[in-house]
Design a binder for this molecule. Structure first.
Ligand SMILES: NC(=O)c1ccc[n+]([C@@H]2O[C@H](COP(=O)([O-])OP(=O)(O)OC[C@H]3O[C@@H](n4cnc5c(N)ncnc54)[C@H](O)[C@@H]3O)[C@@H](O)[C@H]2O)c1
Length: 387
């Protein structure tokens, strides 16, 4: 038996304490949590209690945790605009890294993180946990079996996303600040973007999109309808805060598969109900148990993600989502914003010397967004009408 990997978690917000801590604790043979860091004293203390650590094991300054020799893996759970410096420093200190999604708010930051991990020879995994949802695993296997033929379209509907605030002691509304979050509901739920591409089984090379705010005066979008081009395959990813429909549909040359959620709602808030498969032979329901409610669903998917990371570290192989894959997902998402602003399809990858790669959604301020763009009228992402 190998010794458990010793983990230090940076950021003791909602995701860290509700899901990452239990995920590691569910795998005592693979992981031991040995430290935490958070500059917000009340979150650090809550984290210390949740993880069962001593006062000496927790730090207000992440640098103290990164400097410790008894830490093998750093898990970065801060808001995304803070990921780069922490991940680069962790890699430089020789630690393997798990980073929450989105990998960063700006593609250039993500590229710097990928580079730092490569230079240091450490694994950089990203928490793309929806890949481990049971119905996604089942859809992947179904596609692999050939029963649906060649995949042509994938539709991911997540129009009933709940606008959850961040931890009260920090900045509960950081998801509505484009400088911190890098976008709105689409950026927060870019799970839909990587899921669509994963099920398409081909790299996205172009994006077109419609985005709009949910309420007047909001600086980020609350609705995003995206079309992802991947050769002859295409994904439709619709994401919005509110009460709209959810579900996943894969359509191939020989059939279709549709994942249904409670009351046609949006995962993970609405639990998975059933997967139907329709071919010329008729319609059948796949043999899958009904899904779990949000809490245990996310906890299990994060447990499986960190188990996969441990395998990757041990076997010196790529995790389910590595830094380069997450950078591509981020660029695809930023391309959706650019498409909505410019009114045309935007190619992925983004030019590395351009404002979108360098500054993410805020880079829209430095490109030629038409004067009559609805994004300007809405005041999204710092764009103005100049009036
Ligand atoms: N994979 C998922 O399903 C999922 C779910 C929720 C959140 N997330 C991601 O997790 C990240 C955190 O989200 P959250 O909801 O937990 O946010 P949150 O607002 O609840 O918590 C953020 C925490 O980071 C801490 N922090 C701020 N600056 C720090 C620093 N320099 N060093 C260490 N800690 C610092 C804050 O004090 C706070 O405790 C985001 O990137 C988010 O997108 C992922």
């Amino acid at each position: 038996m190998t010794t458990p990997l010793r983990v230090g978690i940076v950021g003791c917000g909602n995701v860290a304490l509700n899901f990452h801590v239990p995920a590691y604790q569910a795998l005592p043979e693979r992981y031991e949590i040995v430290g935490l860091a958070d500059p917000t004293p009340e979150r650090l203390e809550l984290g210390r209690e949740t993880a069962g650590l001593t006062a000496e094991q927790v730090h207000l300054d992440a640098a103290a945790l990164l400097a410790r020799e008894d830490v093998d893996v750093i898990d970065v759970c801060t808001p995304q605009h803070l990921h780069r410096d922490l991940v680069v420093a962790a890699a430089a200190a020789g630690k393997h890294v798990l980073c929450e999604k989105p990998i960063a708010a700006r593609p250039a930051d993500a590229a710097a993180m990928v580079e730092a991990a490569q230079q240091a020879g450490v694994v950089l995994g990203v928490m793309h946990n929806y890949l481990f949802f049971p119905e996604v695993v089942a859809l992947t296997a179904l596609i692999g079996s050939g029963e649906l033929g060649e995949v042509r379209t994938v539709t991911v509907n997540m129009l009933g996303v709940v606008d959850s605030p961040g931890a009260a002691g920090y900045r509960p509304q950081w998801r509505h600040d484009p400088a911190a979050a890098g976008g709105g509901v689409l950026m927060d739920m870019l799970h839909g973007v990587y899921l669509a591409e994963h099920l398409l089984g081909a790299p996205v090379t172009g994006v077109s999109a419609f985005v709009d705010s949910a309420t007047d005066g909001d600086a980020v979008e609350g609705l995003a309808l995206c079309r992802l081009e991947a050769g002859r395959r295409a994904g439709l990813v619709d994401i919005g805060w509110g009460m709209g429909q959810g579900g996943i549909a894969v359509h191939g040359t020989l059939g279709r598969a549709v994942a249904h959620y409670r009351a046609d709602g949006t995962m993970p808030w609405a639990p998975f109900e059933r997967l139907t498969v329709t071919t010329a032979a008729g319609t059948r329901t796949a043999d899958l148990p009904a899904g779990q409610e949000l809490g245990p669903l996310i906890a299990d998917a994060m447990r499986d993600t960190v188990a996969d990371l441990a395998e990757a570290i041990e076997a010196k192989q790529d995790p389910a989502a590595d830094g380069a894959a997450a950078l591509h997902t981020l660029e695809t998402t930023v391309a959706a914003y650019a498409s909505a602003a410019l009114g045309r399809t935007v190619a992925v990858p983004l030019p590395t010397d351009g404002p979108l790669h360098q500054a993410g959604v805020l880079g829209l301020q430095d490109i030629d967004v038409p004067a009559d763009s609805p994004l300007r009228r809405r005041g999204l992402f710092g764009l103005t009408t100049g009036a």
